[in-house]
Design a protein around this ligand. Structure first.
Ligand SMILES: Nc1ncnc2c1ncn2[C@@H]1O[C@H](COP(=O)(O)OP(=O)(O)OP(=O)(O)O)[C@@H](O)[C@H]1O
Ligand code: SF4
Ligand SMILES: [Mg+2]
Length: 361
């Protein structure tokens, strides 16, 4: 690793209990015109000046509608996207802090096994031409000291841990069900003993019964391997189940972040209230939320976000003056949660099982 990527002169930049801090991270994708002389006509601001911390040992949920930037932020953290701006401060197991965003690709590869991803789709994320041994053992190739039989031993152990038989390691993905393939995905993510796992819609494609099994497995493995998770999902009932804290994202920005119980029972941002209200009523725990709020279908264009508060074009509490012109900053509200709304202290929002008016200010 090069000297300039180690931030040892300012350890206070990262709290002791923080594993990773995303600091003012942005990710812009260029929009190009079609034709022979293609040129850049604008940018999609997929992630827009985001700051958040992932604490050691926690499950941090990241929620928001499709296209709000969840996957892009995850990809910035894991290194598949190089952010256009900002820092990604990471506490190594030695205690030193490094900025992953400032590293060269080569330096960054040293952290590949420490931060891993479990992807959404168990059907497309496994190469059909590779055996389970090759798939799960692939991340171990970075460890030059491991011989073939050691890799096989490690893969066998990992398969057992995720509830698959090691005797199946010479089979191909098509021989497995969706739930089993997601177990293979998890085995591949964990085989190199990562510290942070980014689960991007990891259970979204699974049947409800299989989903519960995989969630239980993720929880068991977290205890056993002392893992920290960033759990990306648009399913608020799953997130409520598994996450310690939740960050809510809208148009590339974090608009609220709080302990799960606080966020669900007393949201402080109108967008969070609307997301809770939009959860299908089949889930009994999430019934009775948000009488006042319904989200319109008009998701703004992330290449041309609204003025002022990005949410003002859909917010039922917006005023024409401040909300349309002044961008609210993420700030601490009621001592515990953080919300980016001018009226977060005054609004009386409905949460899970609480109608508006029941929440203590
Ligand atoms: N490689 C890319 N090139 C151009 N635009 C991109 C690229 N990747 C993502 N985007 C755009 O960035 C925005 C955020 O996308 P992203 O996939 O991060 O959202 P998401 O919250 O993960 O959505 P979903 O819930 O559907 O997975 C979208 O407008 C998307 O079209
Ligand atoms: S700042 Fe205004 S528009 Fe934005 S969420 Fe708050 S009330 Fe709604
Ligand atoms: Mg996504």
């Amino acid at each position: 690793m090069t000297e300039q990527t180690t931030v040892t002169d300012d350890p206070a930049r990262l709290d002791q209990d923080t594993l990773l801090r995303v600091e003012n991270v942005s990710m812009d994708f260029p929009i190009r015109s079609r034709g022979l002389f293609s040129r850049t006509t604008g940018h999609v601001h997929a992630v827009n000046d985001v700051s958040l911390e992932i604490r050691s040992g926690e499950v941090l949920g990241l929620v928001g509608e499709s296209g709000c930037g969840k996957t892009t932020l995850g990809r910035c953290i894991v290194g598949t996207n190089a952010p256009t701006g900002g820092s990604i401060l990471y506490r190594k197991d030695t205690g030193d802090v490094v900025d992953l965003a400032a590293m060269s690709k080569k330096d960054r590869s040293a952290y590949q096994s420490e931060i891993r991803v479990v992807f959404q789709d168990p059907f497309t994320s496994l190469n059909p031409r590779m055996t389970i041994l090759q798939i799960v053992g692939d991340p171990l190739k970075n460890f030059a000291s491991l011989g073939r039989s050691e890799i096989e031993d490690r893969v066998a152990h990992m398969l057992q841990r995720v509830g698959l038989s090691p005797t199946h390691m010479h089979r191909y993905p098509h021989a497995f069900s969706g739930g089993e393939r997601q177990r293979v995905n998890i085995a591949r993510a964990l085989v190199a003993e990562p510290r942070l796992v980014i689960a991007d819609e990891a259970v979204s494609a699974l049947d409800v019964s299989v989903r519960a099994q995989i969630l239980n497995l993720l929880r068991d493995l977290q205890d056993e391997f002392n893992l920290t998770y960033l759990f990306i999902s648009h399913d608020l009932s799953v997130v409520e189940n598994i996450c310690d804290r939740v960050a809510v994202m809208y148009l590339g920005k974090i608009v609220e972040i709080a302990e799960t119980d606080d966020l669900y029972s007393a949201p402080r941002h109108p967008y969070t209230e609307a997301l809770l209200a939009a959860v299908p009523k089949a889930d009994p725990r999430l019934r009775g939320t948000g009488r006042r709020v319904r989200l319109s279908d008009e998701f703004p264009d992330p290449s041309n976000p609204p003025s002022g508060c990005f949410f003002h074009t859909r917010c039922s509490y917006a005023d024409d003056d401040r909300c349309a012109h002044e961008r609210p900053l993420l700030r601490t509200v009621a001592g515990v949660q953080q919300a980016a709304c001018h009226y977060a202290d005054e609004l009386d929002l409905a949460g899970v099982g609480t109608e508006a008016g029941q929440v203590e200010p």
